[in-house]
Design a protein around this ligand. Structure first.
Ligand code: PEP
Ligand code: MG
Length: 855
């Protein structure tokens, strides 16, 4: 019979090898998580077999050959029992060497067990121990036991003989010798290079310690109902209450050690009687213990247990393994049950797990036939037929067929195709390329920079590195979460925006102390932003609006206008369309701030690049083709991202900004009439000099005065500057007095600080990160040293010149937990990110406010 704890046992003198009692000096930082957990179970007065915990220090010394007092350890246990040793690392996720069971087995104890359990079971235990000791401790090749026949008398002698002949010494019979060898072998395994690398990959520090626990074996064997298993109170997939687990009964007319054939299930299972039926008392006790562990350890635990002759033993407890959905559900339920405070529930959910819940994902157990990979630019996964043009994507959507848009890279012309596709795959581009930004904005799975696949657009083929060819119409799956492209369809797991998620978001809002806005260009984006409780729109990129049906030709006409007067005339036609766009956005956002960025890209992005398109344009404008091609050639630039775009257009072609400003003001009057008053925010892109702001401000103020006059209405608006050139950051002190807000556009600011094209960086970024040139892709994780210094300089200089200036960030970094931490420390008022990243940003910000580290 196992000895239970004498709870009054004296605290051991030696903290390095201590009996686990309620008062023993045991901590996760010195003895590991398992030892600490077992102590908690002892404190709860659960039936835990006697256990001795060895500290990290003790194990370190063992690895160096300095053994602890083995006799003292053995003397903690009743004479003649078998022991097991298990690892106890500080964080259970860091792993450790496998457990070794049944230590102490020898001929004498085998005979004693014969009497209790019968010959078969006793010999089987012995045979297994010899083999596991030989392989795990003496490091023999498992092949040595290839010819051992079963676990009967013959098998046992063969195993012992095989051991002896390999090692030229008899199998150690002395239990203390066996224990010493096990401890040595486990301590050394932890020090091995591969074990070290493995745990470091899971976030363990280089010098992470290992504790060991030596526990009296509960064999789960006996004349009455006996067996062993695990039980948990929730489903690992959903996190919802559901008793699950597994129980292996040895009493069900089978050889107790013959594995899974006689597995019995805890619940009512057609394959055999449940534990509840076999041992109702033990089952009820087990449920009560599991409930107690949940409330006292403040966590959903999986209980490892054994039953001997109907008596229950709790061997261990580990955190229930859980999916992202279950992570949220469990944390929320523990808080709802008042087991943990809400702040702690928020701290328990790593922000990035939320992005998995927002999208369909490939099921973790799905088979993956990977045919290529690139940068995981927008999370979620989708399956569909390959299409190579935006028009084909739209046609496919019209037929109701899911499709994957495959492009060398995307441009604003592809927007409608992207909306029609289920996922996008590009050969070129980085994390802030067009496809990536739009993909994240509309929640479309996206892999960019898949340069290990060849995109042969002329043949409409995709060729993989190993020569497999995929043509238009073939089915592939794009996994924007991992960056992989798979052949064919795969098993998916649906998005899970359930009640638990909603509660977590509401609680995050209570704690958040930095604003979270969304980058939203369309009414659909704005609606998503509202659904995720964004506190306004931080960036509306207006250029996308000009690609909509019916507008592109007018836009091109405007670009081709010869005189300012002609240009104004064409813009008059665009005005009502823009006004309608903005009215819709203002109405959806119901009085929340909406920050509209004036036109940013170079105009030639709107012109056709191919012959057919140019011919169509010539027809539409009633101009000779040669005239059209000449004008297009004349407008092309060597380096468009550094050319005539942003505020430079605003200064040289002021009519566009004037039309946009008028549309914004008129829309705000419209929307204010229909609901909450709107105070629009207007943002000037790509500023690098104070004079640019002065010029644009003068012209917009004039438009405002005209609109006030014409409409006989007063209204307020806020004018701001996008700080996305290094010079704007450095000269923030002279820019800030002219504006109400400074919003840092870290995409362009990163591009210009590094002198690194955001559209081409994908080609070599992984080499750069692998070789340690950059710690991370700076377009993905804010470079706090370089770009960050410019942010700090800009913020300090801007604030010192204009203390009330609102500070924010609206580049893609705005949704990144580490960047939010930086912005919060620098005193920014809000961050703005893609609508689908708002939940991640909100939770990360709440965690920062609560004061913990982001997990
Ligand atoms: C930026 O440059 O950070 C930004 C938000 O603008 P865009 O990505 O449109 O250039
Ligand atoms: Mg920019």
């Amino acid at each position: 019979m196992l000895q239970r704890y004498n709870l009054g046992a004296a605290v051991q003198n030696n903290p390095n090898t201590t009996l686990v009692t309620a008062q023993a000096p045991i901590a996760a930082e010195t003895h590991g998580g398992r030892a600490k957990c077992l102590q908690r179970l002892v404190r709860l007065e659960l039936p835990v077999p006697r256990t001795v915990a060895l500290s990290f220090d003790a194990v370190k010394r063992i690895a160096k050959g300095e053994l602890p007092d083995i006799a003292a350890i053995v003397s903690q246990f009743p004479e003649g029992v078998l022991l097991c040793v298990r690892p106890s690392s500080e964080d259970p996720d860091w792993g450790g060497p496998g457990a070794v069971l049944n230590i102490g087995m020898n001929t004498q104890r085998c005979e004693a067990l014969n009497e209790r359990l019968g010959e078969t079971a006793a010999r089987a235990i012995y045979t297994r121990f010899v083999q596991s000791y030989a392989v795990d401790v003496a490091r023999l090749d498992p092949d040595v036991f290839e010819n051992v026949k079963g676990e009967g008398a013959e098998g046992l002698s063969e195993a012992l003989r095989a051991y002896e002949s390999e090692l030229e010494e008899p199998f150690p019979a002395n239990p203390s010798d066996q224990l010493a060898a096990v401890l040595k072998s486990m301590a050394r395994a932890w020090d091995g290079t591969s074990a070290r690398l493995l745990r470091q990959a899971k976030g363990a520090p280089a010098d992470a310690g290992l504790g060991l626990v030596v526990q009296e074996m509960a064999l789960g064997l006996g004349q009455g109902e006996s067996g062993s298993g695990v039980l948990q109170l929730v489903d690992s997939d959903t996190g919802l209450p559901q008793i699950t687990g597994r129980y292996l009964s040895q009493s069900q007319g089978r050889d107790a050690l013959e594995g899974d054939a006689a597995a019995l299930y805890l619940g009512r299972d057609p394959r055999g009687p449940s534990l509840e039926e076999l041992a109702p008392e033990a089952f009820n006790a087990l449920k009560t213990h599991a409930g107690l562990m949940r409330s006292k350890l403040r966590e959903e635990m999986q209980v490892e247990f054994a039953i001997e002759n109907g008596a229950l033993y709790i061997l261990d407890g580990v955190r229930v393994a859980r999916s992202s959905q279950a992570t949220v559900q469990i944390a929320v339920q523990l808080a709802d049950d008042k087991i943990i405070p809400r702040a702690e529930a928020l701290m328990r959910v790593p922000p990035r797990t939320l992005s998995e819940l927002l999208h369909r994902q490939i099921s973790p157990d799905a088979e993956r036939d990977v045919i290529g990979h690139g940068i995981a630019a927008s999370p979620g996964a989708a399956t569909g037929q390959i299409v190579f043009t935006a028009a084909e994507a739209q046609a496919s959507a019209a037929r109701g067929d899911p499709c994957i848009l495959v492009r060398r890279e995307t441009s604003p012309e592809d927007i409608r195709g992207m909306h029609a596709a289920h996922a996008v795959l590009t050969e070129r581009g980085g994390i802030t390329s067009h496809a990536a930004v739009i993909g994240r904005g509309i929640g479309l799975p996206c892999v960019v920079g898949a340069s290990n696949m060849r995109f042969i657009s002329s043949k409409k083929q995709l060729v993989t590195q190993d020569g497999r060819v995929f043509s238009a119409g073939d089915v592939v799956t794009v996994d924007g979460t991992s960056g992989e492209v798979l052949a064919g369809a795969t098993k998916m797991r649906e998005a899970a925006l359930d009640e638990g998620f909603q509660k977590l978001m509401d609680w995050s809002t209570e704690f958040c102390d930095i604003g979270i806005r969304a980058n939203a260009d369309t009414p659909a984006d704005a609606q998503t932003a509202r659904n995720f409780n964004a506190q306004g729109i931080g960036l509306c990129r207006t250029e996308h609006m000009f690609f909509e049906a019916g507008r592109l030709t007018v836009m091109r006409e405007m670009i081709f206008a010869e005189t300012s007067q002609d240009r104004r005339a064409v813009l008059e036609r665009l005005l009502p369309m823009q006004r309608a766009d903005f009215t819709q956005l203002f109405r959806i956002m119901k009085g929340q701030p909406v920050c509209i960025r004036l036109f940013d890209p170079p105009l030639h992005e709107f012109l056709p690049t191919d012959r057919a398109g140019q011919r169509e344009l010539a027809e539409a404008l009633d101009l000779p083709l040669s005239n059209v091609t000449r004008r297009i050639d004349a407008m092309s630039e060597y380096n468009p991202m550094l050319g005539l775009r942003g505020v430079r257009l605003g200064v040289t072609v002021p009519e566009i900004y004037e039309m946009q400003a008028r549309a914004i003001f008129e829309a705000s009057i419209d929307a204010s009439d229909a609901g909450t008053p709107v105070e629009p925010e207007i943002m000037i892109p790509l500023v690098s000099a104070r004079r640019e702001v002065e010029l644009v401000k003068t012209s917009i103020d004039a438009v405002a005065a005209a609109v006030r006059n014409e409409w006989d209405r007063d209204f307020a608006y806020r004018l701001g500057v996008m700080v996305e050139t290094p010079r704007a950051a450095l000269r923030a002190a002279e820019i800030a007095p002219h504006c109400a807000f400074l919003s840092f556009g870290t995409n362009d600011l990163t591009q210009m600080t590094y002198g690194l094209s955001r559209d081409d960086a994908g080609r070599f970024m992984s080499d750069y990160v692998q070789q340690g040139v950059f710690p991370e892709d700076p377009f993905h994780v804010l470079d706090t040293e370089g770009v960050g210094e410019l942010l700090k300089i800009g913020a300090e200089r801007g604030r010192s010149a204009q203390p009330n200036v609102t500070l924010s960030i609206c580049g893609e970094h705005g949704g990144n937990p580490e960047s939010i931490s930086f912005c919060r420390d620098a005193g920014f008022d809000y961050v703005s990110c893609s609508p689908f990243r708002v939940p991640v940003a909100r939770l990360a910000a709440a965690q920062l406010a609560i004061g913990g580290n982001i997990q």
